[in-house]
Design a protein around this ligand. Sequence first.
Ligand SMILES: [Zn+2]
Ligand SMILES: [Zn+2]
Length: 209
Amino acid sequence: MSPRPCTTCRGADDSSSRKELREETGLVAGALQHLGSFYADPGFTNQKLQTLTTSNGGQCPCGTATFAIDGPPLFRMLCHCTICQAYNDAPFADVTAFRARHVHLIDEASVAFRAWRQPPLVQRGRCVRCEAAALERVRLPVMPHLTLVPSANVADGSRLPVPEAHIFYASRVADADDGLPKHAGFVGSQIAFAKALLGGLRKARDSSG
Ligand SMILES: [Zn+2]
Ligand SMILES: [Zn+2]
C-alpha cells in the first residue's frame, strides 16, 4: 500500500504528502522530488495521482521539528561534555554530523536556536513545542559548516555509522562499557572531533566519485 494524499483536492501540496506518508508508514519524508503524475483508472475516474520520491529525514520526538537529509553522514560521536548533557537532558550526547547544506529544516520556526557559550560557534536548537534537542549548527573556523543531529532523531537509524569515540569522557556520568576510544580531556577531545570530521569528509568525497 502506498500513501495516497488527495492530489486533486484544493491546497494539496508537499505538506499533505508528508503528513500522509507519516500517517500511513510512520516514516519521515526528507526532500521531496516530483517524478510525474498519472490517471488512477482511466475511463472510470479522472483522479490523477502524483508520484514522489523522498530521501531520508528526521524529526524531534514530537514531530514538530522535521528536517530533510540529502547527503551522507560524516561521522557519529558520543559527547559527555556538560553542555551536551544539559542540552540533550541525557548522560551524554549521541550525535551524527552532516554537512550543513545536506540538512534542511522544513520549518525554520519549529526550532529555537541558542548559543550556550561565546563565541557562538555552536547554535543548539530545541523544538519550540516539545523543547527536546532537535539539531545543532556548527560553524568552526576553516572547516565546512556542519549540522549535528541527535542520532535518535534520524528516521532511518540503519543508515547511521557506528560511533567513532567518546569525547569529553572526564565529565561522564557513568562509565561506558564498549570498546570505543575514550578521550577524557579538552584537547584530546577536540583532536578526536577534528580527526573524525576530516575522515568523514574524505570518505564522503571518495564515495561521491
Ligand atoms: Zn518536538
Ligand atoms: Zn559536547
